[in-house]
Design a protein around this ligand. Structure first.
Ligand code: UGA
Ligand code: MN
Length: 364
């Protein structure tokens, strides 16, 4: 017992001696030391890792957070600033839509029925000016697809360039009117119908490229008329055929459908050949897209009697009862049958004789 106590005491008094003396104790102490060393080691690696993580974290903030403005403003302030910025942008864009007469509903609605505008056009000095007037209106209309059909044997450079910069969704087609159906320069313009094959080319394109179930409307817009933005709002939801007044047509100030007390079309005020079933000008109606695509025999015809182009076409699509009066029950004029006079180019003719041109290398 005693010796044991002594031994313990001695060991405690002089640990190093006891340690060297006792192999068991020796391994115990060296293990402890190693463990302490290991602890120290893992401790310093942990600190190193923490330092590394901290460096990475701050460099991330410096690199990306700085750009976001988080470092100085804090995440909440930054997102608030962003939100205000976005709100200002939305207000700005809304004011533009308002100025252009586009309702927010029209702009936001992804399923807006599409308006397909078919325009026959032919080469002449005022062609680009006419198309530009149309473009400036069409740019205001959401979901509008412009089908331009040139009366030519190919796509002209002028119309190609014009469409390239128009930023309007479009299809560029061409179809030449044979000479026998063309008007001679001396003839009055009404002697033969115009734009017939071009409109038909547009119709064929629609039948080949558009599903009969797609929602939309088709409007035949000649290149020389005057169109207001309101007209396109009126026609978008056409079920079969919608109709409205047109200014300066048929020799009177306004040609218009006449309505009964229930708001249905009961007649027309046309002066010329009022016996036509649909005494209407091309500019005064729009056709439902599906109806036109499905009615495969509905085309314009060169064989139509003079002034019967529109009525012959409409008779293949609808009856009078199907007509949907628009433009505030046909009390407003949103389209005018204007005709641009030929510009005075007599000096240009003289220049040409001298082999010169005022518009050399220039599209006018
Ligand atoms: C009137 C109607 O408003 C037209 O819709 C109708 O086609 C025409 O009568 C007719 O009876 O055929 P109007 O002003 O006399 O129109 O006709 P234009 O404006 O000279 O021609 C109608 C469209 O056909 C225009 O877009 C025009 O560029 C185009 N066109 C004209 C051709 O594609 N080729 C031509 O040789 C002439
Ligand atoms: Mn015209």
């Amino acid at each position: 017992m005693n010796s044991n106590i002594t031994h313990k005491k001695r060991s405690n008094d002089n640990a190093e001696i006891s340690c060297s003396e006792d192999p068991e104790n020796m391994s115990f102490f060296s293990q402890g030391l190693r463990r302490r060393k290991l602890n120290l080691c893992s401790c310093s690696s942990l600190i190193l890792i923490i330092i590394l993580i901290t460096i990475i974290y701050f460099s991330e903030i410096l690199l990306f957070g700085w750009r976001r403005g988080d470092v100085f403003c804090g995440p909440n302030l930054a997102s608030e600033t962003k939100l205000t910025e976005l709100k200002n942008k939305v207000n700005f864009l809304t004011s533009i839509l308002k100025r252009f007469g586009i309702s927010e509903k029209e702009y936001i609605d992804e399923h807006l029925p599409k308006i397909f505008v078919v325009t026959p056009t032919h080469a002449r000095p005022v062609q680009k000016a006419e198309l530009t007037r149309l473009k400036n209106v069409f740019l205001h209309i959401p979901a509008l697809h412009w089908i331009i059909v040139e009366d030519a044997n190919g796509k002209s450079e002028l119309v190609t360039n014009f469409l390239k910069t128009s930023s309007i969704p479009h299809t560029h087609l061409f179809k030449q009117t044979p000479v026998q159906w063309k008007i001679n320069q001396k003839d009055p313009r009404w002697i033969k119908p115009r734009g017939v094959l071009q409109r038909n080319e547009g119709i064929s394109w629609l039948r080949e490229n558009i599903s009969p179930t797609e929602k939309g409307v088709v409007y035949f817009a000649d290149d020389d008329n005057t169109y207001s933005i309101e007209l396109f709002k009126e026609m978008r939801y056409t079920q079969k055929i919608s109709v409205w007044p047109v200014g300066f047509v048929g020799g009177i100030m306004v040609e218009k459908p006449l309505l009964d007390e229930k708001g249905r079309v009961r007649g027309f005020n046309a002066n010329w050949r009022p016996d036509r079933k649909f005494p209407l000008d091309m500019a005064s109606f729009a056709v439902n897209l599906g109806l036109l695509v499905r009615s495969t025999d509905a085309f314009f015809s060169h064989r139509s009697q003079r002034g019967f182009l529109e009525t012959d076409f409409l008779e293949k699509l609808a009856t009078r009862d199907d007509l949907e009066p628009k433009a505030d029950s046909c009390t407003k004029v949103f389209v005018w049958h204007t005709q641009t006079s030929d510009p005075d180019l007599n000096r240009e003719q003289k220049l040409k004789v001298q082999g010169k041109r005022s518009n050399l290398g220039m599209e006018v």
